[in-house]
Design a protein around this ligand. Structure first.
Ligand code: ZN
Length: 136
């Protein structure tokens, strides 16, 4: 007798499977469900269940190339958001010791140790001085 695992493996041969868009869809559906626990809307329920169905069916798709392109498009939108989110979290984590400022000349974001009041900072990239004001 064939094990369930082997059956599943055989079923998934030539099918797309799981990617970042899959996880994003599931998280979105989960978020909609959590909101729906408070508002009890039929539309939200249909939307979240439909989204899960769509994401799972997408994973079973045999049109691998098209699914890959979809995922690339998604990542093109998502990666900058993810990067900004990571920078934001780092700023919060280092709020007691550092401040982040953008160099007005080369636009590079610099991590500066806290020095309260107005002072001059030197950009290590373009070597120009610019005024920095740290309020608190
Ligand atoms: Zn600079």
């Amino acid at each position: 007798m064939e094990s369930l695992k082997n059956k599943l493996i055989r079923f998934m041969v030539g099918r797309y499977g799981i990617d970042q868009l899959y996880y994003a869809g599931l998280f979105l559906a989960l978020g909609l469900m959590m909101i729906n626990m408070m508002v009890h809307s039929t539309i939200l329920m249909i939307l979240s269940n439909g989204l899960i169905l769509l994401v799972v069916l997408r994973g079973f798709s045999r049109n691998i190339n098209r699914r890959r392109i979809e995922n690339e498009k998604f990542l093109k939108l998502w990666n900058p958001v993810k990067k900004e989110g990571r920078i934001f979290l780092r700023r919060i984590k280092e709020i007691r010791t550092h401040r982040y400022r953008k160099c007005p000349h080369c636009k590079k974001t610099l991590k500066l140790p806290i020095k309260r009041g107005k002072h001059m900072a030197r950009c290590p990239e373009c070597k120009t001085f610019f005024a920095v004001r740290v309020m608190m």
